[in-house]
Design a protein around this ligand. Structure first.
Ligand code: AMP
Length: 191
């Protein structure tokens, strides 16, 4: 099974992806996590990406698509994948179609976790207060920028997937458990 978890920053994609990984043995491919790993390792890519991420902007498609291509190759024998935080614009969505096609794989579903902007801003403010080691791009100012980028670029991929009949929308304002159950129902996974 191959799915995309889609939604604005702070919608809970990572939490839901973790659950699906634990329950069904899918591999999570989070481009945000890959970039943070590169930052931690201090690679050239990490240094360049950090400045972009701290501004709440998108890292270049070339870097992102290259990272995903490599991971898909490395994990080609896996049961399935969850894309988390990728694709984030139409170029990336089209590149993913080609990558999967070349691997003879098929995208099953795109799960959109929808949450109001006001709720997201509240969540991120609380997260920044609670966590001593909050991410450097996890503050209200950068979040507002990231939300803007989401509405301007990332949301534009919705029609690409609804045309393919693959898009399902779940209410991300419910509890973590409820959102998880809704996702599983849409994936028709028996629990
Ligand atoms: P995330 O952990 O998915 O919220 O991503 C954190 C930051 O990493 C984003 O604000 C972007 O700067 C960068 N990033 C992550 N995934 C992508 C992507 N698919 N395309 C471009 N930039 C990305």
């Amino acid at each position: 099974m191959i799915i995309i978890l889609f939604g604005p920053p702070g919608a809970g994609k990572g939490t839901q992806a973790d659950n699906l990984v634990k329950k069904f043995g899918l591999i999570q491919l989070s481009t945000g996590d890959m970039l943070r790993e590169a930052i931690e390792k201090g690679t050239q890519l990490g240094i360049e990406a950090k400045a972009v991420m701290d501004r709440g902007e998108l890292v270049s498609d070339q870097i992102i698509i290259g990272m995903i291509k490599e991971k898909l190759k490395e994990k080609s024998g896996s049961k399935g994948f969850i894309f988390d935080g990728f694709p984030r614009n139409i170029e990336q969505a089209k590149a993913l179609d080609v990558l999967l096609d070349n691997l003879n794989k098929k995208l099953d579903k795109v799960i959109e976790i929808s949450v109001n902007d006001e709720i997201l801003i509240d969540r991120i403010k609380n997260r920044a207060k609670e966590m001593k080691d909050a991410r450097s791009d996890d503050n209200a100012d950068v979040l507002v920028k990231r939300l803007k980028v989401y509405h301007q670029n990332t949301e534009k991929i919705i029609p690409h997937y609804s045309k393919q009949g693959k898009l399902v929308k779940v209410d991300g304002m419910n509890s973590i458990n409820e959102v998880g159950q809704e996702i599983e129902k849409n994936l028709k996974i028996e629990t």
